[in-house]
Design a protein around this ligand. Sequence first.
Ligand code: TRP
Length: 458
Amino acid sequence: MAQERRGEWGSRLGFILAAAGSAVGLGNVWKFPYITGENGGGLFVIIYLICIAFVGLPIMIGEVMLGRMTQRAPVGAFTKLAGETSPWRGVGWIGVAAGFVILSYYSVVAGWALDYTLIAARGEMSSGDPAAMAERFGEVAGDGLGATLWHVAFMGLSVAIVIGGVQKGVEIAARVLMPLLFAMFVALLIYATRLEGFSRGFEFVFGFHTDKLGPGSVLEALGHSFFTLSVGMGAMLTYGSYLKRDDDIVGASVAIALLDTAVALLACLVLFPITFTYGMEPAAGPSLVFTNIPMAFAQLPGSTIWAVTFFLLLVFAALTSAISLLEVTASYFIDERGWSRSVAVPVCGAAIVLLGIPSALTASSETFGAGMEASFIGMSWFDLFDYVSSNWMLPLCGLGISVFAAWRLGDPERRAQFEAGSKLGRIAGLYLTWLGVLRWLVPVGIGLIMLHALGVFG
Ligand code: TRP
């Protein structure tokens, strides 16, 4: 068990900032807009918002609570509450495994953003021609060796921060850069409202269209609600384990979910007006943010500075998320195996680097038909990792976390945890509503969505 002194957040805001830093990342800016595009916008966005409010947020509260109660990372938390030999530990295992898988391809995308930052700095992005932008992305993502090196560089940065420990590394990074990213998006939104394609973009995001919605779409919305909130693998549990007894879990969770959703919707409201104004493709896939944002900047004075700032902030948003993923995998070895932080973090980082190499080599194959062979059931390695981890591992592990929190924890203690330090948590009926949602709505909802995706309902 833990040999070193366990970290604690330096201030009340420390947890909120770090957890928000974990939640807001490539999921909001890169992934959400592109899956919204692929699933036709509209109804997909509505289903996603429902999943956030009724599945992701309630699970986040339960997950943070389990962390604070046990002061452990996921596997240790279940060991402590359910026993050394309990099958519940398997839920923690899925979480740790999901951390390895997610970070392996997440880091590849973050590597592209790093590469883009330098491309922008060299002023090579101001052409303002959609075809040239697409070609540029093809060069970046299609260059396997380059993508691998950027992936290694990004993992190196993550390892360096996580070795520094909870307070110094995570908190400082989150505190300075999150507000900047938000401000940048607000500025971009103002720009987007003045584009001729704004109303079409707005309608695409918030209109009610069902045409592209398939059985997999609902699962995708569910999986993404876990992914974007960083729930369902024990990251929030691990961050919660550094909380003090009287911190407000409910208030913090609501704030994080609202902020995360705001950034995701902002990203869509910036990207789709650009898409429609310049006749680009809404279902462009993983290249969306990398082609559309430079398109917009090309029209602005000082395009180089704008582009460098944007991609740099994107790298930092990815970094504050990546460190939470790395923290979970490393915490397992620190808490359960007695490794020191300075060994566990680089070893996990190296394993993730290796696991990510196939993604770095295959990411662009599906998007650009570059003819790379490494594929399985018609998906590239990159897509497969993304699909399996966010659509299946996170909801399954999240299901375990919620069933445990809702059915196995004892009541006076659970209610006390819910209400501690929280004005919101003491609102009459809120505790029982949350418990009811976790007990019934979450398991039934996740079950039905999975059966639907498997085609059980025809
Ligand atoms: N939420 C992050 C994003 O949207 C990704 C992430 C960080 C994550 N930590 C996580 C996803 C833990 C799932 C679980 O980019």
